[in-house]
Design a protein around this ligand. Structure first.
Ligand SMILES: NC(=O)C1=CN([C@@H]2O[C@H](COP(=O)(O)OP(=O)(O)OC[C@H]3O[C@@H](n4cnc5c(N)ncnc54)[C@H](O)[C@@H]3O)[C@@H](O)[C@H]2O)C=CC1
Ligand SMILES: C[C@@H](CO)CCC[C@@H](C)[C@H]1CC[C@H]2[C@@H]3[C@H](O)CC4=CC(=O)CC[C@]4(C)[C@H]3CC[C@]12C
Length: 379
């Protein structure tokens, strides 16, 4: 049961009638929306695009006027039947849906259920319905930073690193990634092998990034200032959302032709974004929007930040019966922000010809324009 998926876009093939059906889970999320739009722009063989999400966004309606059939499916990845119904007949699944929570908003059980069991449901749906190609959005968090705070400096997919986690989010992403990679080669309905791979973005930024929005609003509340908490020397890997989306589209396109090479592999998502600390990187966008980062060195000593983070965790636990207290600073986010983790690799280029679609200058400009368009700029 070959589904006629030919990733090499030869002239003859691209001129053929579009026939592929793609499913994007989490297609209304920050990354998912960019993947959806990128597919519509850059996958000429697309006949139908299914967008599966717990919460459907109104912008989907605008996409329905184009030549590709856009099907919105409100559903829950934790419900195996809903997933199987959405996957049936799809050639490719891009599984970006996930619960991204490092602030203690959701319980560890819920994070596990959505990220691990949800991924298991997607895999089983592919097997049952005969869908052969699965791209999973993993995360740098699968590798690190680890609980020991070891730096990962310009590492690649083969760099040795002790990946030990305790927090529910990285634990769930690591388990889910393992499930996806182990499923590579399983026979799907019809007898062909499932081909899977996992993409590991570092911290994604760009239009629609909720945490950037939060920092911007916090800066406005503080009179146009943010206060440095992390030393400028701690490098944190970042990658532009458009390039992450492009990597998903490209690897999905290449999965059949290069199944032996790509199947069962992991790829960090990378581009030409500069290596900087989390806060200095954010200032690349927030600075031109009128915010200022106060201090060349952290204003508070590290031990005090550790204490404040622990206090926040305690308050979260104490207040839980009454209200949800989930500030940005907690022991986990402090450890991640304060540990160098950057990647330097060309594996995606070698395996499936990935080059960033957006230069650093473009990525920066697009993100600045998005921040400026937010209500009440600080200028
Ligand atoms: N934001 C980041 O910096 C990074 C994100 N990632 C991964 O990228 C993926 C997308 O993340 P973001 O776009 O940032 O998050 P997001 O929260 O903006 O998007 C996730 C989407 O999944 C949907 N979703 C959640 N639970 C669901 C369920 N039970 N059933 C169906 N849909 C469900 C949400 O409604 C949302 O639209 C996630 O898998 C995340 O782990 C990886 C590395 C970095
Ligand atoms: C100490 C604070 C002072 O300003 C700064 C706190 C920043 C944190 C909220 C972020 C620092 C690093 C971020 C994480 C990182 O980019 C890797 C991630 C990968 C994912 O898969 C999901 C998101 C995240 C965990 C991201 C979350 C926010 C930070 C911890």
């Amino acid at each position: 049961m070959s589904q006629g998926f030919s990733p090499q876009l030869g002239m003859a093939e691209s001129a053929q009638a579009p026939k592929l059906v793609y499913l994007v889970t989490g297609g209304c999320g920050f990354l998912g929306e960019h993947v959806v739009r990128m597919l519509l722009e850059r996958e000429p063989r697309l006949r139908e695009l299914r967008i599966f999400d717990l919460h459907l966004s109104p912008w989907i309606e605008e996409l329905k006027t184009g030549p590709v059939q856009v099907t919105a499916i409100q559903g829950d990845v934790t419900q195996a039947q809903e997933v199987a119904a959405a996957v049936a007949g799809a050639h490719v699944v891009i599984h970006t849906a996930g619960l991204v929570d490092v602030f203690g908003r959701a319980s560890p059980e819920t994070i596990h259920k959505v990220n691990v069991r949800g991924t298991q449901n997607v895999i089983e749906a592919c097997v049952q319905t005969g869908t052969q190609f699965l791209v999973y959005t993993s995360s740098m968090e699968v590798v690190g930073p680890n609980i020991k705070g070891h730096p990962f400096y310009r590492g690649n997919e083969d760099t040795p690193y002790e990946a030990v986690h305790k927090h529910p989010y990285p634990c769930s992403k690591a388990l889910a990634e393992r499930l996806v990679l182990e499923a590579n080669g399983r026979k799907v309905r019809g007898g062909l092998p499932l081909v899977t791979c996992a993409l590991r973005p570092t911290g994604i930024y760009g239009e629609g990034h909720q945490i950037m929005r939060d920092f911007y609003r916090q800066g406005l509340r503080l009179g146009g200032r943010l206060f440095r908490a992390i030393p400028a020397s701690v490098e944190h890997g970042r990658v532009y959302v458009g390039n992450v989306a492009w990597m998903h589209v490209l690897v999905a396109r290449e999965l059949e032709q290069r199944a032996a090479l790509i199947g069962g592999q992991v790829y960090f998502c990378y581009d030409k974004s500069p290596y900087k600390s989390y806060e200095d990187f954010n200032m690349e966008f927030l600075g031109p929007c009128g915010l200022r980062l106060v201090g060349t060195r952290p204003l508070l000593p590290y031990w005090l930040l550790v204490l404040l983070a622990a206090l926040n965790a305690l308050l979260q636990w104490l207040l839980r019966p009454l209200l949800l207290y989930a500030p940005l600073l907690n022991p986990y986010t402090l450890a991640v922000a304060n540990t160098t983790f950057t990647v330097s690799t060309n594996k995606a280029q070698r395996h499936f010809g990935y080059e960033p679609l957006f230069s650093w200058e473009d990525s920066r400009t697009r993100t600045i324009l998005w921040v400026q368009a937010m209500e009440g700029t600080a200028q």
